[in-house]
Design a protein around this ligand. Structure first.
Ligand code: GLA
Length: 378
């Protein structure tokens, strides 16, 4: 199964944790369609942990959906989601129990993959709590990888071991299509910016068919829900979304789709940002530090299909900060006779760089600007 561009969708965990049921999933799916999120590409509707009974069926050994939360059963829910033109995702764990203490798939990988296929599942998030053996992550992910590849249904494999055991060095050997590389995100700027800056050096391990997953977005949560701490401002969320798009992360929304504000919908459906995230070349972003060395004020650059370059100017500090980017750093020399035509991804406004440098206006604390740039004759 080929997954050439970062997967997009919605996941229950950030906002709802254990407080999930079929009514919620149906109405979330309805909102995803109504708000135009499906059209923008957010197609996977993923139920995270806490969907099953606490114990397997004693006769068949199968994991069973909790009838109190899902009285109609998973197959009917999958049918509803498919009927909306969306795809259905579910969660399990490589350990004997999930992180929230429900049955895990250890020792039952092939049975569970068949069960999920029977539900009509299109996406499996596979966590790493309560594994009875240490240092065996590659083997455990290969097991579920094989179980999915042989279960008779195309199921996107989303690994989640938080970056331990150097996951980026072996995860592509398991058949996983995306993989979490960090601990859980919290809805505050520090958590989000630490995840982003910590993963920039590892972006060579993210490419078509297996993407580094920076975790579900907290964009739009405003402190509500399960990973809510202080919450973030709109500027913080613009910066989070810009990091995730430029870094080619899967885009899994984590806020409540039923109460998203128009401003948040506008942000996560921003065409230019999504076009960068979903760029077919799937090349990695890289970091450029600025001349005077403030490490919290830097650029991410990424080559795009067709000759364009995405540039993101980030200020993750608590003070305003201006940027001066030398075009030499992206390989564009004075001698080339070129400069950049730059289109602001938020406003659509166009500007030109000089032949040597791009002057970026002072960014507010936590602020960013993202441009799609085309090298043109100066
Ligand atoms: C782990 C994962 C989270 C979520 C929870 C569920 O912490 O990293 O994304 O799936 O488990 O218990």
């Amino acid at each position: 199964m080929l997954i050439p561009v970062p997967p997009m969708g919605w996941n229950t965990w950030n906002t709802f944790a254990a407080d999930i049921n079929e009514e919620l999933i149906r109405s979330a799916a309805d909102s995803i369609v109504k708000l135009g999120l499906r059209e923008a590409g957010y197609t996977y509707v993923v139920i995270d942990d806490c969907w099953s009974l606490r114990e397997r069926d004693p006769h068949t050994n199968e994991i069973v959906a909790d009838p109190a939360k899902f009285p109609g059963g998973m197959k009917a829910l999958a049918d509803y989601i498919h009927g909306k033109g969306l795809k259905f995702g579910i969660y399990s764990c490589a350990g004997v129990r999930t992180c929230a203490d429900y049955p895990g798939s250890f020792g039952h990988e092939f049975l569970d993959a068949r069960t999920f296929a029977g539900f009509g599942v299109d996406f499996l998030k596979y966590d790493y709590c309560n594994v009875p053996v240490t240092g065996q992550a590659p083997l455990l992910y290969r097991r579920m990888g094989q179980a999915l590849r042989t279960c008779g249904r195309d199921i996107l494999f989303s690994a989640c071991n938080w970056g331990i055991e150097e996951v980026g060095t072996w995860i592509r050997s398991t058949g996983a299509h995306m993989y979490r590389s960090t601990g859980d995100i919290a809805d505050n700027f520090k958590s989000m910016s630490n995840i982003a800056t910590g993963q920039i050096p590892h972006l060579s391990q993210s490419a078509p068919n297996c993407f580094n997953d920076l975790d579900m977005l907290t964009v739009g949560m405003f402190g509500k829900g399960n990973v809510g701490s202080s919450g973030c401002t709109m500027v913080d969320y613009q910066t989070q979304f810009s990091f995730w798009t430029l870094m080619g992360s899967p885009l899994m929304l984590g806020c409540d789709p039923r109460t998203m504000t128009p401003e948040i919908v506008g942000l996560v459906t921003n065409r230019e940002l999504l076009r960068i995230n979903q760029d077919p070349a799937g090349l990695q972003a890289y970091r450029i530090n600025h001349c005077w060395g403030n490490p919290e004020c830097f650029t991410l650059a990424r080559l795009l299909e067709g000759g364009d370059i995405a540039l993101g100017f980030f200020n993750i500090s608590e003070n305003p900060c201006g940027n001066l980017l030398l075009l030499e750093h992206i390989g564009l020399t004075y001698e080339s006779g070129m400069r950049l035509r730059m289109v602001d991804c938020f406003t659509g406004e166009e500007q030109y760089s000089g032949r040597d440098t791009v002057k970026v206006p002072k960014l507010p604390p936590h602020g960013c600007l993202v441009y799609r740039c085309t090298p043109v004759k100066a």
